[in-house]
Design a protein around this ligand. Structure first.
Ligand SMILES: Cc1cc2nc3c(=O)[nH]c(=O)nc-3n(C[C@H](O)[C@H](O)[C@H](O)COP(=O)(O)OP(=O)(O)OC[C@H]3O[C@@H](n4cnc5c(N)ncnc54)[C@H](O)[C@@H]3O)c2cc1C
Length: 488
């Protein structure tokens, strides 16, 4: 059994008696951010060594659907092929409105260069079909490319920016992640990146009074090895949803019944902790993605989400993650449907009641009378006119709930099945340099992907595709910056 050493405080270079390996740029973790950082650093002429804890690369990126949030510049090839123009300013305004504390510089660059990023992926051979899956669903069941992957068409976002679908799925009948990672890792190998798997990085090595990062300590075959990084170390080791202690410290509300952390087993925040121990600042560590998958069938969007007092709390045409975050904040949450819009949720969420009247449903759900009846009455009156003055659900999804029987689907947090992963990470520049609390660079240290805090940073505004697009986009930038850094 290898020793159970937690990645921790940096080691001083003074304690290093031997360097076992070295490279210009050392990458910690070889998922989406890591492979892009490695590829760009190698293409910039650096000698690159990637260290991966698992038996092979890919991480959570290779488990993902590989929706990638891209657009702007008039539209990607796919957006234009299916009839959408997409202006950079609309993408920028939309993303800025999707977080409490967006990093404007990052969002600006991400949007300005999104079309270039799409074209770069295409040049590498990453396939995107010129098609759209028009149905409302978290994930297309086929290899269609575009999907409405966020809140673009929902209030209040549709009033702030012209909506466009920006979720581009890497072409695959199943998950696009393996396709994406397979292509990028092949290029990285050809560019000369050395990959060492079954290698767990434990700590950074620093030198001098400014704490310059000059290498890492890694565990290989049960032995600690010191690996020198001449130009820089790039932390790309993913999020921390598999670390209950970090969750308890930063997002205790996620440690509830029936909440599944999703990601790879090594999502334990090691990179974030190593970076923070080297004086990097962790930001938005309390932010997360959350979902309870209550559609398809999309017709359920014509239902209403209500709480334990029979009150609505969100426009139901919002992205599933936004609905889930608002449902999480209620004591209980139910989706109420009538016979006309009902369908069993594909995800298997439980149908907990069917009754011939809303009054009976209210009783069965233990909602104080006549709160649910009033909610449905007011909703129906306005829905008949194609209006929703309370939450502004789009007219496409408005119809009175008046055809019995009426049904309730369980969406309560702690009872229904929710899934989560983390979004917070190290504060970085747009080129990946890790920053201290007072805004200075930690010399020699870079981070990307979920080791950094990037574009996605709120549960209520999250859009599918922002994580993988962010990891690959900023991973590439960190790779180029580290390759150009001064040697020590
Ligand atoms: C089921 C699922 C589907 C998803 N679908 C999408 C989607 O379609 N679009 C989207 O944008 N986002 C999606 N996400 C989220 C997204 O996949 C991740 O946020 C993103 O891929 C993270 O990329 P990364 O490069 O930061 O980390 P990863 O791709 O996870 O790479 C991190 C790597 O670091 C390694 N590592 C960890 N610790 C160490 C250590 N100490 N030493 C060495 N190596 C280490 C890990 O083994 C791993 O290989 C999905 C997530 C899940 C779970």
């Amino acid at each position: 059994m290898p020793p159970q050493i937690q990645p921790s405080e940096p080691r001083s270079v003074d304690s290093v008696t031997e360097w076992h390996d070295e490279a210009d740029v050392v990458i910690v973790g070889y998922g989406g951010a890591g492979v892009c950082a490695a590829l760009e650093a190698a293409r910039a002429g650096a000698d690159v060594l990637a260290l991966e804890r698992a038996g092979g690369g890919g991480g959570t990126t290779a488990m993902s659907t590989a929706h990638m949030y891209m657009g702007g510049g008039g539209g990607t090839r796919v957006q234009r092929a299916v009839g959408f123009e997409d202006q950079t300013e609309d993408m920028f305004r939309f993303i800025m409105a999707s977080a409490d504390d967006p990093d404007e510089e990052k969002v600006r660059l991400f949007c300005d260069e999104s079309l270039d990023h799409f074209n770069w992926l295409v040049e590498q051979g990453v396939p995107f079909k010129d098609s759209i899956y028009p149905e409302r669903t978290p994930e297309q069941p086929n290899d269609d490319c575009l999907i409405w992957s966020g809140n673009e068409k929902a209030h209040p976002f549709r009033e702030l920016a012209k909506p466009a679908p920006r979720g581009h799925k890497v072409q695959s009948m199943t998950q696009g992640g393996p396709v994406l990672f397979g292509i990028l890792s092949k290029h990285a190998e050809e560019a000369g990146v050395r990959l060492q798997c079954d290698t767990r990085v434990l700590a950074l090595i620093t030198r001098g009074s400014d704490g310059r990062v000059c290498g890492v300590v890694a565990l290989q075959d049960g032995q600690e090895r010191n690996i020198r990084a001449r130009r820089g170390v790039i932390l790309c080791a993913g999020g921390f949803v598999m670390n209950p202690e970090m969750l308890r410290n930063h997002i205790p509300e996620l440690l509830a019944d029936n909440v599944s952390p999703i990601g790879n087993p090594h999502d334990d925040g090691a990179g974030i902790r190593m970076g923070m121990a080297a004086r990097g600042t962790g930001i938005h560590l309390d932010e997360y993605f959350i979902t309870v998958i209550w559609y398809p069938p999309s017709s359920l969007t014509k239902g209403i989400l209500v709480n334990e007092r029979g009150q609505r709390f969100i426009n139901e045409d919002s992205y599933h993650g936004r609905c889930a975050e608002h449902a999480r904040r209620q004591k209980r949450a139910f989706l109420i449907a009538d016979n006309a819009c009902f369908g069993y949720p594909d995800s298997g969420l439980e149908l907990i009641a069917t009754e011939e009247s809303i009054a009976d449903l209210e009783k069965t759900l233990d909602i104080p009378a006549p709160l649910l009846q009033q909610t449905v009455e007011v909703y129906n009156e306005h829905a008949a006119r194609g209006e929703d003055p309370l939450f502004h659900k789009h007219a496409d999804w408005l119809a009175p709930l008046d055809e019995p029987p009426f049904a309730a689907i369980e969406c309560s947090y702690g009872t229904a099945h929710y899934q989560v992963f983390t979004l917070g990470g190290l504060k970085t520049r747009t080129s990946g340099e890790v920053l201290t609390e007072d805004g200075r660079e930690v010399p020699g240290l870079f981070a990307a992907g979920r080791n950094s805090c990037g574009i996605p940073r709120s549960s209520w505004g999250y859009c599918s595709g922002t994580s993988v697009a962010d990891a690959t986009f900023f991973g590439r930038r960190a790779g180029r910056a580290a390759a150009a850094a001064k040697t020590w």
